[in-house]
Design a protein around this ligand. Structure first.
Ligand SMILES: [Zn+2]
Length: 317
């Protein structure tokens, strides 16, 4: 699809369930629709008596003999929300740097708030890096920040009702690394310490890399792991760059992340915070492509990932 066809398909997907399915199929499989279970390309669209696609818009695989749809083995699995709404939500997540809130999706599509949140959290789950994400190399900047948090409690709350406040209030610590000119990797951690930083850096950065951080003591031991060396900028001495030694790239990512929380998501629970952080990293890592291509990447990213938490509004025991 070229950009014009893409835009046309996206517009048509807004009102027509079949068009929405076909658009998502094109994004997910391109010209090579393959069975999501066995990978066979001997597949065909199922049709009804009238020769049109059958009402659940399913396919059948000639090899494993099973039926599937564009929802199968992806973040859309086991949900009954219309594909038109999924298309809208994917688009809104990918076309805005600050992201979109469940409240906005609720207003724009008419689905309930919890269904909108459920949908967005699945899209974010798809956007998160898997364990197979390649390690960063070359020149890599690392930093930490505190984001999110619930609004402060009321002044007349009893002491027992007040949330426990750490040194950073109830903000959540996030650590991140970015490869210069390349991707970012980010993680919500329980606490920022030398040990958590070291584990995070070992998971995400190749030890041949050259590491740049601020002068914080927590980075000293972790920094010794990197054969390319560890250089620091002295923020306490108001030094922000020395030659090519800076942490400006990672600080740029964090300012984007903070704006997302201040501007769009006001009360994110810690339980879900990692999903918002993964979404911000995904959008940052796809910053060089246009909105339509970013949407294609997001649909692809949801492939093979399934999340079985219960859909709101479905039967509960
Ligand atoms: Zn199959």
């Amino acid at each position: 699809m070229n950009t014009k066809e893409h835009l046309m398909a996206l517009r048509e997907a807004a009102n027509d369930e079949r068009k929405a399915a076909e658009y998502l199929e094109a994004l997910r499989w391109g010209n090579d629709p393959a069975c999501p279970r066995c990978g066979s390309v001997a597949v065909y669209r199922m049709t009804g008596r009238d020769g049109q696609r059958e009402k659940h818009l399913r396919w059948r695989c000639r090899d494993c003999k099973r039926m599937y749809s564009v929802r199968t083995v992806s973040v859309l699995e086991e949900t009954r929300l219309p594909l038109t709404t999924w298309c809208h939500a994917f688009w809104r997540c990918c076309a805005s740097k600050k992201g979109v809130s469940a409240l906005q999706i609720q207003r724009e599509t008419g689905i309930g708030y919890r269904a909108a949140l459920f949908m967005l959290n699945r899209i974010r789950f798809g956007m998160a890096d898997g364990a197979d994400a390649p390690k960063l190399f070359g020149t890599v900047e690392a930093d930490e920040a505190y984001v999110g948090g619930k609004p402060r409690c009321k002044n007349n709350a009893l002491p027992s009702e007040r949330p426990k406040q750490g040194p950073k209030g109830n903000l959540a610590p996030v650590v991140a690394v970015v490869q210069r000119g390349g991707p970012v990797r980010v993680r919500h951690v329980a606490k920022v310490s030398g040990a958590t930083l070291r584990a995070f850096l070992l998971d995400t950065v190749d030890t041949g890399a050259r590491l740049m951080t601020d002068e914080h003591r927590m980075y000293i031991r972790a920094g010794r792991l990197f054969r390319g060396g560890h250089e620091t900028v002295q923020h306490s001495a108001k030094e922000y760059a020395r030659g090519d030694v800076t942490t400006n790239t990672i600080e740029g990512f964090f300012s984007l992340l903070k704006r997302k929380f201040y501007g769009t998501h006001h009360a994110v629970s810690r339980e879900h915070l990692h999903r918002y952080v993964a979404e911000a990293a995904f959008i940052y890592n796809a910053r060089k492509v246009d909105d339509l291509e970013r949407m294609r990447l997001a649909v692809k990213a949801g492939e093979g990932k399934r999340l079985f938490f219960r859909e709101p509004g479905t039967a509960a025991a």
